[in-house]
Design a protein around this ligand. Sequence first.
Ligand code: NIG
Ligand code: FE
Length: 415
Amino acid sequence: MNLLIKNIRELVTVAAHGQRFRLGPEMKELGIIRDAGVLCREGKIAWVGPMTSLTEPLPDDIPELDASDAVVLPGFVDSHTHMMFAGDRVEEFGLRARGATYQEIAEKGGGILNTVRHVRAASKKELKRSTAAHLSTVMKQGTTTVEIKTGYGLDMDSEIKMLEALHELREEEMATVVPTFLGAHAVPPEFRGDADGYVRLVCEKMIPYAGKKHLAVFCDVFCEKGYFTLPQSEAVLSAGRAWGMLPKIHAEELVSYGGAELAGRIGAVSADHLEHVTPEGIRALRDGQVVAGLLPGVSFFLNHGYAPARDLIDGGVPVAIASDFNPGSCMSSSMPLMMTIACTHMGMAPEEAITASTLHGAAALNLSATHGSIEVGKQADILIADVPDVRHLVYHFGTNHIRHTVKNGTLLEIP
Ligand code: NIG
Ligand code: FE
């Protein structure tokens, strides 16, 4: 809970000075302090600055960590995952390697519905166990806050099972877990040909249940051709809002569909994917101050084109990067890998990728007042990395450079 990290060679604060995000050219400003220190008290950051300004005498019992050969930065905030799942889709991976597309596989009953069959058959305990294992992996990779969606149950009992499992993990796990209700992820087989009927079940039964029991912070929808239309998506997000869940949306992944404009109009907290966002969509996101949640790992894994990160950043939209970790479209939870792909394939600068994975991840979860940067009063979620400077975290890919993850001021050794 209490910890002094001292003599830090390079401290990357990503300081936001009370703002939710840093737009345009400011996204590259990382608030770096050299020969710095960070004091954590009772899980929060109590002091940050150059070592020379630490004048206050500290009690002897505060543990100290020397970081004179390390880079220190905020814990990664992975603002979009489907980390709670059962089974795998390795067969589909093989089919895609031989040329089948994600949509073709979905049309034949694979894809999301494949995972739904496994999740329906799994117990809450099994879902918790596998998700806890993923959480422990991501903490070692530097992710300290993770959003996790439901959406592989698609019936009342199975969606509740996922929500309850998430609720329990939130209490039990060290990582900050943010639950999102995604009942409208796909139309389940029982409602084939009757998407409106399924949307009624989501809006009239599932959302009120989750809302009454405070089981989800966000409500999300897969707004996409072949999944949920714009009016259906709006109905789901309005019902979610009426029950206290803030709107998020999967938008413009497979085709340009108008999900970004919808997100801007209703003031969604984030609109994610955006591989096919149009210039009008970008303006709507900017005007609505909607965080664009980019998912580089999906474009890489499905090999289907990248979101226009440069146009979004230069157009004044706050851009976040997330993993979308799930068994179908991105079987990786590594935030550093996502950052590398954002730089090599989406034209982002390493510094922008850092802001997108920390402060802007927090903004995408409405948590930028408490998470995403190293500033006094925020949660002490901090990484100590073995790299010469912070850009190397992005440049030197495929290796875990995280030496320690600090969560709420508690130091975790990375084996
Ligand atoms: O964000 N696009 C919709 N949902 C997930 C994929 C889930 C899956 O294929 O299991 C996504 O990419
Ligand atoms: Fe997703």
